[in-house]
Design a protein. Sequence first.
Length: 287
Amino acid sequence: MAKGRELKGRIKTVENTRKITRTMEMVATSKMKRAQDRVVAARPYAKSLTEVIASLYTPELAERFRLLRQPAEIKKAAVIVLTTNRGLAGSFNANLLKEARGLLARLKETNVEPELHVIGKKGLGYFRYVGRAVASSRIDVTDRPTAQNAAEIVDPLIERFASGEIDAVYVVYARFNSALSTPPATLTVLPVTPPERTGAQPDYILLPSAEEILTQLLPSYVRNSVYRALVETAAGEQGARRTAMKNATDNAGDMINVLRRTFNRARQAQITQEIAEIVGGAAALQG
């Protein structure tokens, strides 16, 4: 019964694979909950920053701050592409890279020179494979990004933007809407777009002056935008990995059922053949 033994071996292999994918699904679920908590925790600070900047912003003040000035023409732009260090997350990284390719193509069409900064092994490996020049890369940002990570990534670009070396900074990331919805998106972090004033604005007593406050807040606002992109991408990665591993676990279960039915049919055919041989042999002896 060589075929039966082969089927039993395949069943055992798929069962072992299902155990692994189920474990990875549980791990991703746990990590996703913590990552989602970080996304939620980052929102109040970002909201407060936005409200303060919106209240302080005036066109006169904007002329004094390089980070607020809208360039008449964008000639060179930095593109930060956020990807993951690990795979097994379905089409998560492929969607991010597709968004990045689209942004780079649009910049080229408008005669803008793009400069690529890649975060994550998957993005770095892809751009090296296609022969695309990468200005800088980071593969040490874990699935628990920190505000320090965001500052290290964007601070050099803030300085270059302020000096006029580059005219814009974009971030390609995964927007975390829910565990099942993490679409790729492009965020413009520089120049800073003045937030719109909504509702009644609080009456601030400014100490020191609005100009000095904005000097401190604007870089923090840019860093926070990159930090939020990092944590949302990390949460999206775990959500995508959980979905991919759940699908793999379900598919493994379906495959096991098919193999077991095939094994049972093969076994029944073998038993029927053996019975037929016994009956035939007994009939031959009687005859």
